[in-house]
Design a protein around this ligand. Structure first.
Ligand code: TXE
Length: 488
């Protein structure tokens, strides 16, 4: 396993008393890796090397750049289980989810490799006669990519792949909690023949190397995923020096289940949305707004489902839910459970798993009778915690669902096409589902939220690629300059 930073084609650890310490969240006494954290000086080196590499990488024809992505994709395909194990060991989600995330990243790699032959501008009509007008997309230069711990493979992949295929060079700062999975991504690009300097990785802390990337004058764009508080600071700092910025931030996603909903489908969806990946997905279902006529039935099934979940280390056979990622998140989720107990009815769960005290295990928790102004209804908890609130109709559901500051994803369960369409129109989220879970994203579809969840371009799809380019508008006059009316 590679540890440390990767600068100009070599693994590197600076002298620094401040250490990166990675633990297995299923057994916090197990140290996975320990080494000196990267420093602002490492960022300066990484940016300088990436600036140098940009001079040649940006001139490589896009289809040839794409072939490097294809080769990396094939290498990743052969190492799914190995990468999934690294991911589970440092992040905690169960192995099936870890391998699922690796495969999701591979789909994203495939999509952007294909984009190398479709890096298109637009051809549009000109006002004047004998004038040809079109646009070109060109890379930005060195881009800074800052990623969180909850998808330590998929998020670095969905930022790095479009940035590289568009001709940029990258300085990636993965979360200091989960850098070992990101190191595998570096390995596949290295093995695929990506020239040195095109992908630099600095493994350090946000207040140090993260900030240094955001503030560096030669970093032309910042793509950030993480908390809303940090994202807003990053946005302000990068935008104030004129850099392009996109931020994907927190979520507080709701499922609305109307009176005619398929109850079994609602229960299956919410079980997966609330407790899958230990509730640590930005697209997790953390609120269920359910019609008064079915609330009893749905709640009973969800409580039974939560109680039946097998909790334990993600690498063990038959486990359905792993631990919380680290001590800080563990403490934060436990404090929300206490807040919840003072605000609503705790129907199951509500604390740590006492018999698994070697790791950061939290009981899957269901709160009933949650008021829409409760903190557990309004704030992102980022753990296996579901708040259930009763509604009279879709209008009330929409009002409660939209009452939060976030707007990432949502879902409605109904058989009624009119109600479904009213939901699609009325819900304030960047992604909307009908009769399916709130979770997930696909390479070819724009991913991202509105309100306090997101600012800047969406990710994945062509939007994710466009973010890493700037558009040039070209006017070519072929009337030999004799007939043009410049006052038109
Ligand atoms: O996020 P941070 P954390 C939410 C979730 C979670 C909370 C805290 O609610 O409980 O955020 O998680 C880097 N300049 N989400 O503390 O701090 C940092 O090193 C530049 C939701 O992990 O935002 C890491 O690489 N970078 C979210 C990245 O930012 C800085 C996913 C994210 O860290 C920096 C993750 C700075 N000043 C957390 N400070 C989602 N919705 O998917 C930190 N970083």
């Amino acid at each position: 396993m590679h540890t440390g930073s990767y600068i100009d084609g070599a693994w590197y650890q600076p002298k620094n008393d401040r250490l990166i310490r990675n633990f297995n969240p299923a057994n916090s006494s197990e140290v996975i890796a320990e080494y000196p954290a990267a420093t602002a000086e490492c960022v300066a080196r990484a940016v300088a090397g990436a600036s140098e590499a940009f001079k040649t990488w940006s001139k490589v024809p896009a289809p040839e750049r794409a072939r490097v992505i294809w080769r990396a994709t094939e290498i990743a395909r052969g190492r799914v289980e190995e990468f999934g194990r690294t991911l589970t060991t440092e992040e905690g989600k169960i192995l099936a989810e870890g391998c699922g995330e690796i495969k999701k990243g591979i789909s994203v790699l495939e999509y952007y490799a294909g984009a190398g032959t479709r890096l298109a501008g637009r051809t549009l009509p000109a006002e004047g006669r004998d004038v040809f007008t079109y646009t070109l997309r060109r890379p930005l230069g060195v881009v800074g990519l800052i990623t969180p711990w909850n998808f330590p493979w998929a998020i670095p992949v969905w930022k790095v792949a479009p940035a590289l295929v568009a001709g940029n060079t990258c300085v990636l700062k993965p979360s200091e909690i989960t850098p070992n999975t990101a190191a595998h991504m570096v390995e596949i690009f290295e093995e695929a023949g990506l020239p040195k300097g095109c992908l630099q990785m600095v493994v350090g802390y946000g207040d140090d190397v993260g900030q240094a990337i955001v503030d560096h004058p030669d970093v032309k764009a910042i793509s950030f995923t993480g908390s809303t508080a940090t994202g807003h600071k990053v946005y302000a700092a990068a935008a104030s020096r004129g850099a392009k910025v996109t931020c994907e931030l927190g979520g507080k996603n709701a499922v609305i289940a109307l009176a005619d909903a398929d109850v079994d489908a609602v229960v299956a969806s919410v079980m997966n949305g609330a407790f899958g990946s230990t509730g640590q997905r930005c697209t997790a279902t953390s609120r269920l707004l359910v019609h008064e006529s079915i609330v009893g039935q749905v709640t009973e099934a969800l409580v039974a489902g939560a109680q039946a979940l097998k909790i334990g280390p993600g690498l063990s056979e038959g486990i359905q839910m792993g631990p919380i990622v680290d001590e800080q998140q563990f403490t934060s989720v436990l404090s929300y459970l206490e807040i919840g107990k003072s605000e609503a009815d705790c129907l199951t769960g509500g604390g740590k798993v006492e018999e698994l005290s070697e790791g950061y295990f939290v009981q899957p928790t269901v709160f009933g009778g949650v008021a829409p102004d409760a903190r557990i209804f309004q704030e992102e908890i980022f753990g296996p915690v579901l708040s259930i609130c009763t509604i009279k109709d879709l209008d009330e559901g929409l009002r409660y669902a939209n009452s939060v500051r976030y707007g990432l994803t949502s879902s409605v369960y109904t058989q009624d096409i009119y109600e479904a369409m009213r939901f699609v129109e009325g819900i304030e989220t960047g992604m909307v589902h009908v009769n399916e879970p709130t979770v997930g994203g696909e390479a070819q579809l724009p991913f991202g939220g509105i309100k306090d969840t997101g600012v800047g371009d969406k990710e994945m799809s062509s939007d994710g690629l466009n973010f890493f380019t700037e558009e040039k508008t070209v006017f070519i006059n072929f009337d030999r300059g004799t007939k043009r009316d410049f006052n038109r």
